[in-house]
Design a protein around this ligand. Structure first.
Ligand code: HEC
Ligand code: HEC
Length: 291
């Protein structure tokens, strides 16, 4: 019967759309853009980080990477604490994105040491063998140009001092990019707070297994650890593990939870079984008995 009353239909349809609009668009503005969303610890980008951000946009990194962790359990487990609106106050434009060819980068800061980023940008495949991320080593050759940056910052009204901008003269685009990447998501102290609690007693299930059993575990080490600790545990970006003289339980804890803000990622995603295998592998070969 509705189709016979076009005016009423139009009125009702408009009302329905308006209600939807108010709930999904107008109300959230009232809810999120309030002082209560301010986060004290969120600081503006330094001139170097801001410059890195511009290069990130220029190179289209956001075509493959998002910068927002949604409040969903699998996302929080994979990437870290979900994003809060107050974290984006200095992002113009924001780079939340919608396409994840590569992982989300919103919580990247502090995950890896600087040296890891320089190598990964230079040659992603040297750090993550099967990645399809392009190499960006060439940006190292582009020195930053303070004059150009000064003009840009003036137009945009960013409040950097002349001295801050002059100081960029001896940096290149790679320095700026790495500085920016290390800033992402590090303004709130979520990493230390999120350190995985290990519940229950830690008992090494592989105590006393022989060398032959351990041999295949080398693949676990090669895949996950060698990029930072070296093919033979000699140390590269991370410290050498040869002679690492820790109790099994401590080793387990270091690998499972990582070292927050020390640049040693958490490997809880491997599961306890694989982490114990790594513990035993490192204990055995790290004592200089093998390689
Ligand atoms: C064609 C898609 C693609 C583009 C473009 C791309 N990446 Fe990636 N990126 C990936 C993939 C896939 C990975 C996951 C494997 C790896 O670490 O290389 C990744 C991983 C990363 C990581 C490591 C993240 C982590 O948590 O381990 C960083 C940092 C990164 N990319 C930065 C950048 C930057 C900066 C740019 C732009 C200069 C960029 N990416 C452009 C695909 C891309
Ligand atoms: C992104 C680089 C990176 C990766 C990948 C990585 N580590 Fe680390 N690791 C570090 C850094 C950096 C430190 C030093 C952290 C500190 O002391 O603050 C460290 C420290 C350690 C330590 C403590 C060493 C000591 O002498 O105190 C152990 C043990 C360790 N890592 C084991 C592993 C294992 C096993 C893996 C693979 C599952 C692994 N790491 C993967 C970077 C990495």
């Amino acid at each position: 019967m509705w189709e016979r009353k076009p005016v009423l239909l139009i009125v009702l349809a408009t009302v329905a759309i308006l209600i939807g609009t108010i709930i999904t668009m107008v109300l959230p503005f009232a809810w999120v853009n309030t002082e209560a969303d301010r986060i004290e610890s969120v600081t503006p980008y330094t001139a170097l980080q801001q410059e890195g951000r511009d290069i990130y946009i220029r190179e289209g990194c956001n075509n493959c990477h998002t910068q927002t962790v949604r409040p969903l359990v699998p996302e929080v487990l994979r990437y870290g604490d979900y994003s809060k609106s107050g974290e984006f106050v200095y992002d113009r434009p924001f780079l939340w994105g919608s396409k994840r060819t590569g992982p989300d980068l919103a919580r990247l800061g502090g995950k890896y040491p600087d040296a890891w980023h320089y190598k990964h940008m230079e040659s992603p495949r040297s750090m993550v063998p099967k990645t399809n991320m392009p190499a960006y080593g060439w940006i190292t050759k582009n020195q930053l140009d303070p004059q150009m940056i000064q003009r840009k910052m003036d137009v945009l009204g960013f409040p950097y001092t002349t001295d801050e901008i002059k100081a960029l003269g001896d940096k290149n685009e790679m320095d700026a990019m790495v500085a920016y990447l290390q800033k992402l998501g590090s303004d709130i102290p979520w990493r230390a707070a999120a350190t995985t609690e290990i519940v229950g007693e830690l008992i090494n299930p592989f105590t006393g297994v022989d060398h032959d059993t351990m041999e295949p575990w080398e693949d676990l080490y090669k895949e996950n650890c060698a990029a930072c600790h070296g093919d033979h545990m000699e140390g590269v970006i991370g410290p050498k593990l040869v002679g690492a003289d820790y109790y099994d339980e401590i080793l387990f804890q270091i690998i499972y939870t990582g070292i927050a803000d020390g640049g040693m990622p958490s490997f809880s995603n491997l599961g306890t079984d694989k982490v114990w295998k790594l513990v035993n592998f490192i204990r055995y070969y790290g004592q200089g008995e093998g390689h």
